[in-house]
Design a protein around this ligand. Structure first.
Ligand code: AMP
Length: 397
C-alpha cells in the first residue's frame, strides 16, 4: 500500500510518499511560499537529487498539482500513475475534545474539524485547505486525519483543567490539550520495543526537544500529563517561544503600552533561547557561542535545561516512578551536550550514561549503561511514518 502524507500549513505544504509494505520512504518534498511571490516546490526522490520547481502557486491546489506531476514524472517521479496512491494521511493539528484518535475523513469529520478551528485558528484552516485540495486532485482516494492533540486526550481533568473560573472551560473549552502527540506516540512505542517491553508495561517520559519543545508523561501507553497547553506556547522554554511565564507579566506590559500583537509576537517569535541569548534560536549557534565564552548563550542553554529537568521531575511524580526517558527531535536527537547536562541533573533516578553511545547521532539507541536504574534512549521521531501507519490501519479496517 502506498500512502501520501500531507502536512499543510498556511503558506507551505510538506509531503512524503511511503511504501507501507516495507515502511520505506519513496519521495519527500516541500511547497513553500504558496500564495506569496517566489513560490517553490522542492521534490526529492529517496536516494536521489533534489529538484526544484519555481513558478507562481496561488493556492494549495496549484502546489499539490505540481507535487502530483513530480511524483509521476518519468525522471524524478516514484510512481507511474496517481492511481498508485492508495490513501492520503493528513497531519491535523487540533482535534480538541472531539478527536481522541485518528479518523477516516468524511464531510462530518470536516465539519467537526471546522468547529475545532477556533482553538487553532492558524493551523486547522490550513489543514482543511490541504484536505480539500487533495479531495479535488485525488477523488475517491481514502483520507485519514491524524491529530497532534489526540494522544493527550487520555489526561485526567486534574491534569488538564486550568485553575480559572470553570465557566471558561464550559464556554470556550479552555483547558490543556498538548501537542506533538504523534511524535510522543511514535517514540514511546519505539522505546517500549527497544526496552523489550510492551507499551502497557512501561512508564516513560518523552522529551521532544526541537525548535518547539514539549515533554509527555506516559503510563502504560497513555498520556498522564504533557507540558504544552491550550496552545503550543505553554511549558518548556523553546527556540523562540517563552513557555510558562507568570501570566501577570503580559498584563503589566499591556498596561505599559505594548499592543496585543506585539506581545503575541514577543512570546512566540522573540523569546525562548533566542530572547535570553540575543544570539540565535538554533542550539548549534548557542553551543558554539557559549564555547567561545558568550555568557548569555550559556545562560539560555542553562535555563532551557533547567526547565527540562524540573518538568521531568514533575512527571516522575505524576507517574510515581519512571522506567525510561526518551530524547527526540532536533535538539534531543543531535545535541549530546544537552542530553549529558540534563542527565547529570537527574542522577537521583540512578541514571548512568555511556559517553560513547551518547556521542553518536541520529540513531535509535539506548544511551544509558546496562546497570543504569532508568533507561535513557535517543529515538529519532518520525511523525510521517506514524501518520502513514494510522492511515493504513484505518483504511484497511
Ligand atoms: P526540530 O524543530 O525538531 O526540527 O529541531 C530543530 C532544532 O534542532 C534546530 O533549531 C537546532 O536548535 C537543533 N539542532 C539540529 N541539529 C543540531 C545539532 N547537531 N546540535 C545541536 N542542535 C541541533
Amino acid at each position: 500500500m502506498k500512502v501520501l502524507v500531507i502536512n499543510a500549513g498556511s503558506s507551505s505544504l510538506k509531503y512524503q510518499m511511503l511504501d507501507m509494505e516495507t515502511e520505506t520512504l519513496m519521495a519527500k518534498g516541500l511547497a513553500e511560499r504558496i500564495g506569496i511571490e517566489g513560490s517553490v516546490v522542492t521534490h526529492q526522490p529517496a536516494g536521489g537529487k533534489k529538484v526544484t520547481f519555481t513558478r507562481p502557486m496561488d493556492t494549495h491546489k496549484e502546489a499539490l498539482d505540481i507535487i502530483m506531476k513530480a511524483l509521476v514524472d518519468p525522471n524524478h517521479g516514484v510512481i507511474k500513475s496517481l492511481d498508485e496512491i492508495d490513501a492520503v494521511g493528513h497531519r491535523t493539528v487540533h482535534g480538541a475534545e472531539t478527536f481522541a484518535s485518528s479518523v477516516v475523513i468524511n464531510e462530518e469529520v470536516i465539519e467537526k474539524m471546522e468547529e475545532c478551528s477556533v482553538l487553532a485558528p492558524l493551523h486547522n484552516p490550513a489543514n482543511l485547505i490541504g484536505i480539500r485540495a487533495c479531495q479535488e486532485l485525488l477523488p475517491g482516494v481514502p483520507m485519514v486525519g491524524v491529530f497532534d492533540t489526540a494522544f493527550h486526550q487520555s489526561m485526567k481533568p486534574e491534569a488538564y483543567i486550568y485553575a480559572l473560573p470553570y465557566e471558561l472551560y464550559e464556554k470556550y473549552r479552555i483547558r490543556k490539550y498538548g501537542f506533538h502527540g504523534t511524535s510522543h506516540r511514535f517514540v514511546s512505542l519505539q522505546a517500549a520495543k527497544l526496552m523489550g517491553k510492551k507499551p502497557e508495561d512501561v512508564k516513560l517520559i518523552s522529551c521532544h526537544l526541537g525548535n518547539g519543545a514539549s515533554i509527555a508523561a506516559i503510563n502504560g501507553g497513555k498520556v498522564v500529563d504533557t507540558s504544552m497547553g491550550l496552545t503550543p506556547l505553554a511549558g518548556l522554554v523553546m527556540g523562540t517561544r517563552c513557555g510558562d511565564i507568570d501570566p501577570e507579566i503580559m498584563i503589566f506590559l499591556r498596561q505599559n503600552g505594548y499592543t496585543t500583537e506585539e506581545l503575541d509576537r514577543m512570546m512566540n517569535k522573540e523569546s525562548g533561547v533566542l530572547g535570553i541569548s540575543g544570539v540565535s534560536s538554533d542550539f548549534r549557534d548557542l553551543e558554539a557561542s557559549a564555547a567561545e565564552g558568550n555568557k548569555r548563550a550559556q545562560l539560555a542553554l542553562d535555563v532551557f535545561n533547567y526547565h527540562v529537568v524540573t518538568t521531568i521531575g514533575a512527571y516522575v511524580a505524576a507517574l510515581n516512578g519512571v522506567d525510561g526517558i526518551i530524547f527526540t527531535a532536533g535538539v534531543g536527537e543531535n545535541s549530546a551536550t544537552t542530553r549529558q547536562a540534563i542527565c547529570e541533573k537527574i542522577s537521583y533516578l540512578g541514571i548512568t550514561i555511556d559517553p560513547d553511545k551518547n556521542a553518536q547521532r541520529g540513531e535509535e539507541m539506548i544511551i544509558s549503561t546496562p546497570d543504569s536504574k532508568t533507561t535513557v534512549m535517543v529515538i529519532p521521531t518520525n511523525e510521517e511514518l506514524m501518520i502513514a501507519r494510522d492511515t493504513v490501519e484505518l483504511v484497511n479496517a
